[in-house]
Design a protein around this ligand. Structure first.
Ligand SMILES: [Ca+2]
Ligand SMILES: [Ca+2]
Ligand SMILES: [Ca+2]
Length: 267
């Protein structure tokens, strides 16, 4: 492993919390003539998104990685073989700008599934093309999750928003993330080491200056929860350090994604 790069093993050891599926209860209007057990129209149901590819029912749910720049994700079907609800497809695409390449310890491990220690998600991994490459927002990846139908109450965790080095020394990498979406969201759970609003390139989610995360046991995770429906989430990810020290590979994991889906025909 290069000096100053992040180790998957460190991230694998961190504790994380799995969010269980919370199924909506159909609302039955007692005082009306609604047939027993009939769900109200357009009642959303919750689903989680797994990176498991061991689907046993068609259409398969799970995660299919094509390359560093493309993958497809599919939720569970909210009512299984039932015909009221359908699963949602999520197209994942990545681009990069500046002197940056995909992967942090190998050039082929961007958008890799990550399912360890109770976390199911995908990792965004990148590094400078050379140790002397500049750092900062101009050298960034842009990863988009396009939901191919409206999703409600989206929630996911961005895990391992970290930096290398000491509080006062130089850093080989310094994670910084800006989250763009057509939905409204807020940070609902935040590790104490993570600062920033995450709403622009000038105010990213990032480790506070005196809290390098390498080697500690805090996960430096944040959980985002949406209060409106949305159709996409775009993550701008770069290294905020101005240093040009050796290494510089960096990664974050998008995990524990859950959402609600409307019945077919409802919006
Ligand atoms: Ca179904
Ligand atoms: Ca990281
Ligand atoms: Ca921490």
């Amino acid at each position: 492993m290069e000096l100053g790069t992040e180790a998957q093993g460190l991230r694998a050891s961190r504790r994380n919390v799995v969010r269980g599926a919370a199924w909506s209860v159909p609302v039955i209007a007692v005082a009306t003539a609604a047939p027993a057990f009939a769900a109200s129209p357009c009642v959303n149901r919750s689903v989680v998104v797994s990176t498991s590819t061991a689907a046993t029912t068609a259409p398969a749910q799970g995660y299919t990685r094509t390359s560093n720049t493309a993958a497809s994700w599919r939720t569970a079907d909210p009512d299984g073989a039932g015909t009221v609800y359908s699963a949602a497809n999520i197209a994942v695409t990545a681009t990069k700008l500046g002197q940056l390449e995909y992967g942090f310890n190998t050039a082929t491990n961007n958008l890799i599934p990550y399912a360890t220690g109770g976390v199911t998600g995908i990792s965004i991994n990148q590094r400078p093309t050379a140790t002397t490459s500049p750092r900062g927002y101009a050298q960034r990846s842009e990863t988009t999750f396009n939901f191919q139908r409206l999703v409600y109450n989206l929630s996911f965790t961005i895990a391992d928003i970290s930096k290398s080095g000491s509080a006062t020394g130089t850093s080989a990498f310094w994670d910084a993330v800006w989250v763009e979406s057509d939905g409204t969201w807020s940070v609902t759970t935040r590790d104490i080491d993570v600062v920033g609003g995450g709403t622009s390139s000038m105010d990213p989610l990032t480790p506070r200056n005196n809290a390098p995360d390498v080697g500690d046991t805090d996960p430096n995770n944040v959980t985002l929860t949406f209060t409106t429906r949305c159709t996409y989430v775009k993550l701008y990810y770069w290294s905020a350090t101005k240093a040009t020290s050796s290494g510089g590979g960096q990664g974050i994991t998008i995990s524990n994604m859950s959402m609600q889906l409307a019945p077919d025909g409802c919006v």
